[in-house]
Write a protein that binds this ligand. Structure first.
Ligand SMILES: Cc1cc2nc3c(=O)[nH]c(=O)nc-3n(C[C@H](O)[C@H](O)[C@H](O)COP(=O)(O)OP(=O)(O)OC[C@H]3O[C@@H](n4cnc5c(N)ncnc54)[C@H](O)[C@@H]3O)c2cc1C
Length: 376
């Protein structure tokens, strides 16, 4: 039996894959119930292929919006790189999907037997023995199983107990995310757009018939708080040189639908597993969101872990799982960190833009496909 801690994107997908492959599991989440927090995320074709395997692709698609063209542009929306996603659709069956995180999680929860998810169960600590792990929850209750999977996100308590020296890194950038409760003008409906300016950037995509998601990234000290009364005016002034669409989105978003998070990641750790405990998703390898791959990589973890376990059900497969995933994931973490630095450059940004607009499409597509490929 596998105990999974955390019903986020990675933990829920693991439950679905285990369900499909007949691997015995139980899932524990600290939240009292499924909640509707968060903003939009993009699910790249690598994640969508796994969700198809897990049998939830139709439900997920119904809740989101397909992105058929991804544009990286300057602040006035002049393209630096423009990629049609249709060749990816032909190759992998899917282009990218934009979806509200809460709707994604609900779509996954819907397909997991109710009795296998325990809500309001916050992991407190664990005790490892030769052939078992005992979890102690905040409410004092315990559960014992042969294996434990820590899918409890970037601030993982499982990780801090098993690998106490792991470090979260602040990127020096903060991110506001908003969801406007209306659609984009029709010409932008199927597009994902990211505009790069001088030291700041702004991205957007429609999530559904009546929701559009955006993000705004700026250098900042860590842990700053906003005065909500003037936040929209402040964002408007940071982005004053940007295309009018940016201002339309900021001013038409309700203040309570704007969230702020500092952008962090986990400094890559040497091991994701120790004996019968293994970390997956952000708990193992949180990445900055610059490549839109953090959630996708936790979904891929679920897929590969499930496949490896089902091929060798009677042994501990955590070492083989890490071997399968380590190089690819760490390369994404590195690329994403570097992309963030380039995207928010303060000086030299005209040169950056000139270089980006000169990169051959073939090279951009090659890099994109190497991320979209599940590497089965
Ligand atoms: C601004 C931003 C934008 C992003 N955009 C994208 C994107 O476009 N595409 C993409 O693929 N990824 C994106 N990501 C990354 C993505 O959100 C994460 O990589 C993904 O959520 C990781 O999934 P996870 O299951 O590992 O962790 P999480 O989704 O964080 O889930 C962890 C779960 O564990 C639970 N938990 C925590 N502690 C405990 C405990 N002690 N006991 C029990 N349960 C616990 C939490 O409540 C939560 O439900 C973005 C991230 C950010 C910050």
């Amino acid at each position: 039996m596998y105990t999974i801690i955390g019903a986020g994107i990675g933990g829920l997908t693991t439950a679905l894959i285990f369900e499909k492959l007949n691997i015995d599991y139980q899932l524990f989440e600290k939240a009292k119930k499924p909640n509707a927090l968060g903003a939009g995320i993009w699910l790249a074709p690598n994640a969508l292929q796994v969700l198809e395997f897990a049998g939830v692709i139709d439900t997920v698609f119904r809740a989101g919006n397909s992105i058929d063209r991804i544009t990286l542009s300057n602040q006035k929306l002049k393209p630096l790189a423009d990629s049609s996603q249709l060749p990816a659709k032909e190759k992998y069956g899917f282009s990218t999907l934009a979806i509200h995180r809460a709707k994604l999680q609900l779509a996954l929860i819907e397909s997991i037997p109710k009795e296998k998810i325990y809500w309001n169960k916050a992991f407190k600590s664990l005790e490892q023995a030769n052939n078992s792990v005992t979890v102690i929850f905040q409410d004092g209750s315990t559960t014992k199983s042969q294996y434990l999977i820590g899918a409890d996100g970037i601030d993982s308590k499982v990780r801090s107990q098993v690998f106490p020296n792991s470090q979260i890194r602040y990127s020096g950038q903060t991110c506001w995310r908003g969801v406007m409760k209306s659609a984009l003008p029709i010409e932008y409906k199927d597009r994902g757009i990211e505009m790069w300016g001088k030291g700041i950037r702004f991205g957007l995509s429609q999530l559904s018939k009546n929701e559009t998601s955006w993000f705004a990234v700026k250098k900042s000290k860590a842990f700053q708080k906003d005065d909500k009364t003037n936040l929209k005016a402040k964002l408007g002034s940071y982005f004053k040189a940007f295309h009018p669409l940016v201002h339309q989105l900021i001013s038409n978003t309700e203040i309570e639908d704007i969230l702020r998070n500092d952008i962090t990641d986990l400094k890559p750790i040497k091991d994701w597993h120790k004996d019968n405990v293994c970390l997956i998703g952000d708990a193992a390898h949180a990445t900055t969101p610059n490549m839109g791959q953090g959630g996708a990589q936790s979904i891929e973890d679920a897929y590969h872990l499930g496949k490896i376990i089902s091929e060798n059900p009677n042994k501990n497969n955590f070492k083989a799982f890490q071997k399968k995933r380590f190089k690819r994931v760490n390369s994404i973490v590195r690329q994403s960190w570097f992309t963030g630095k380039i995207a928010n450059m303060n000086t030299g940004y005209p040169i950056r833009n000139a270089i980006f607009s000169a990169i051959p499409k073939k090279l951009i597509n090659k890099n994109m496909y190497s991320v979209y490929d599940l590497k089965d």
